[in-house]
Write a new protein. Structure first.
Length: 164
């Protein structure tokens, strides 16, 4: 999981876990079923518009609200390749890593990149390339890359313990 290429889904500031994954769906426990409701709180048709590998580009405080890990789970299961935001709620940031969904903090991205644009995210190199050039971000640490490459924290732990 070094370079991720995808089409941009652009969102604003303060996208909370209730709009990422509405609370009425919390009884669902299968990730594939959760994916069918990703971002439904913003627009009920959103789940049908998400394509595998799409990259969310958002403003500040992405994933604020409750600590529900289902918000990161539904995005990962829906095929979102990465979330690039000005900033993240700390609990969402860690939940995303745990679910194998790369969270990228890049303050300029939301102002520079347009909806539907094709972008390339180089996780290890700390570069986001788009039609207008490239933006730098802090590359993810090696231990985080290992978790993401293994598909999330559970898969990584099983691998480390020799049970994968």
């Amino acid at each position: 999981m070094g370079i991720i290429k995808g089409r941009v889904i652009k969102l604003g500031d303060n996208i909370d876990t209730d709009v990422i994954y509405p609370g009425k769906y919390l009884p669902i426990i299968e990730a594939s079923e959760m994916a069918a409701h990703a971002l439904e709180g913003i627009d009920p048709s959103f789940p049908e518009r998400i394509g595998r590998g799409d990259i969310i580009v958002a403003g500040s405080n992405f994933g604020c609200g409750s600590s529900r890990e289902q918000a990161a789970t539904c995005l990962a299961a829906a095929g979102i390749g990465a979330v690039v935001a000005k900033s993240f709620s700390r609990i969402f940031y860690r939940n995303a890593i745990n679910q194998g969904l790369p969270p990228i903090e890049c303050a300029q991205a939301a102002d520079m990149i347009e909806e539907g644009e094709e972008v390339e995210v180089d996780l290890a190199g700390g570069q986001l390339r788009y039609s207008g050039g490239s933006l730098s971000f802090a590359a993810l640490p090696e231990f985080v890359m290992e978790i993401l490459n293994d598909g999330g924290l559970i898969a990584h732990t099983k691998k480390v313990m020799g049970k994968a």
